[in-house]
Design a protein around this ligand. Structure first.
Ligand SMILES: *Cc1c(COP(=O)(O)O)cnc(C)c1O
Length: 423
């Protein structure tokens, strides 16, 4: 469910008509609904309220400081994968003891930064990494809470670029090696083992892979406890998918997911952490784009938009589907027309979709890509020297730009010509 609905024939974000934002900010532009974002966070929080837990929003899904502030003020923790994300979470007022640090390639500088600033836990992914962290933390006279990310060798049945829990993926330590790894960790200074971490992939639309992975984590918890380790925290990752196509069967909801967690690990008495990103932010954002031209082609018409793959890369990168809807509601019974919807970038990959049935559209009409809140603005670039797409946040009848579109002058002023090239 989201808060982007037609009212009197006009698509709104909560109480704000989207044409008003398009006219004021220009297009392309991302627009987020605060109510949707908070609703999804609360659904996860409630789904785990049978025991101690912390929902750590995966900052990489949509990392604008205003969004982090909304969630942080609501009590959310944060899952960060870089120093930049850690700094964003702190800038949003989230205390270090609600931030977990994940990722396969944390640098020594990043480790030092979060140790100085305060961190709830660091999820470790390899032997060289935990040896390095041990050295850094013990030199600083700190003992840092850690988990090890185990790779349970489970097929997440999702797109290959976002599956992370098979043994051939770069993530985590094979679960079969976990006992040896924990035994070594227990001997290293500067580290305090608190639990186990797992994350098997993103956009999972079936609960079975979660169930399988969590069952393996439960078995491992008992084994490691028998070996004398303290395992009182389980970080179960993110990954629950969203319905990108409204016409399709809906994927499982947070409540059902929470029940799977309870079934598989609830008896262990651990504090549960989860790291959802996409399900919290995905349907909380749309990308607005204007029609520049309608170009008649051989057997197909092209709808050429002012948004492109640099603004929303998911279709080009993952073959992802986004529903596209006009801001003016289509009249019942209107004749639909197949369009290839494309951007202006000089790559054939800059195609959002082919032969999509849409009502007839004309230049300057504005459309919304739905479900664009996660992995949208954060993956945007300035490819083709198109200034970074702006972001807008709506709450009730209020709205504000939360990241402005840079001017061309600002974009170019970041670069400089070396003196030795001049003359
Ligand atoms: C990407 C990622 C997440 C979030 O995944 P979603 O599919 O957006 O819920 C959580 N944890 C880790 C370690 C990740 O890499």
């Amino acid at each position: 469910m989201d808060h982007f609905l037609y009212r009197d024939g006009i698509l709104h974000a909560e109480d704000v008509p989207l044409p008003e934002i398009a006219a004021s900010v220009g297009t392309p532009a991302y627009v987020y609904s605060a109510a949707t974002l908070l609703r999804h966070y609360r659904l996860f929080d409630e789904a785990l309220d049978w025991g101690p837990h912390l929902v750590c929003y995966a900052v990489k899904a949509a990392s604008n400081v205003a969004l982090l502030k909304l969630l942080g003020d609501e009590g959310a923790g944060m899952d960060v994968v870089s120093e930049g994300e850690y700094r964003r979470a702190r800038a949003a007022g989230v205390p270090g003891d609600r931030i977990v640090f994940s990722g396969v390639g944390k640098t020594p500088g990043e480790m030092r930064h979060v140790l100085e600033g305060g961190i709830r836990q660091i999820n470790l992914e390899s032997e060289p990494e935990y040896r390095m962290l041990s050295e850094i933390a013990s030199n600083m006279g700190i003992e840092v809470p850690v988990t090890v990310r185990v790779n349970p060798d489970v097929d997440a049945k999702t797109h290959e670029k976002i599956a992370t829990g098979k043994s051939e993926n770069k993530f985590g330590i094979p679960i079969a090696k976990a006992r040896n790894v924990y035994a070594e960790l227990a001997t290293l200074p500067g580290l305090r083992v608190v639990g186990i971490d797992v994350h098997i992939g993103s956009q999972l639309t079936d609960l079975d892979p979660f169930r399988l992975a969590y069952r393996k984590v439960a078995d491992l918890t008992e084994t490691l406890r028998a070996d004398g380790h303290t395992i009182d925290r389980l970080d179960l990752g993110g990954g629950l998918g969203i319905p990108y196509e409204r016409s399709n069967l809906a994927p499982p909801v947070p409540l059902e997911y929470g029940q799977v967690v309870r079934d598989e690990v609830g008896h262990l008495g651990c504090e549960i952490e989860i790291e959802p990103g996409r399900l919290i932010a995905g349907n909380a954002g749309v990308l607005l784009a204007s029609v520049i031209f309608v170009k008649e082609g051989e057997g197909r018409d092209f709808l050429i938009l002012d948004a492109a793959m640099n603004d929303l890369i998911r279709p080009a990168m993952y073959g992802a589907h986004h529903d596209i809807v006009p801001l003016r509601e289509t009249a019942a019974g209107a004749e639909m027309h197949p369009y290839d919807v494309v951007g202006p970038v000089c790559e054939s990959g800059d195609t959002f979709t082919k032969a999509r049935l849409l009502p007839p559209l004309a230049p300057s009409d504005v459309v919304a890509f739905r479900s664009a809140g996660a992995y949208g603005a954060v993956m945007a670039s300035e490819y083709n020297s198109r200034p970074l797409v702006p972001e807008v946040l709506v709450r009730g009848e209020n709205w504000s730009v939360i990241r402005p579109r840079p001017s061309y002058d600002e974009m170019i002023a970041r670069e400089s010509v070396p003196a030795w090239l001049d003359g």
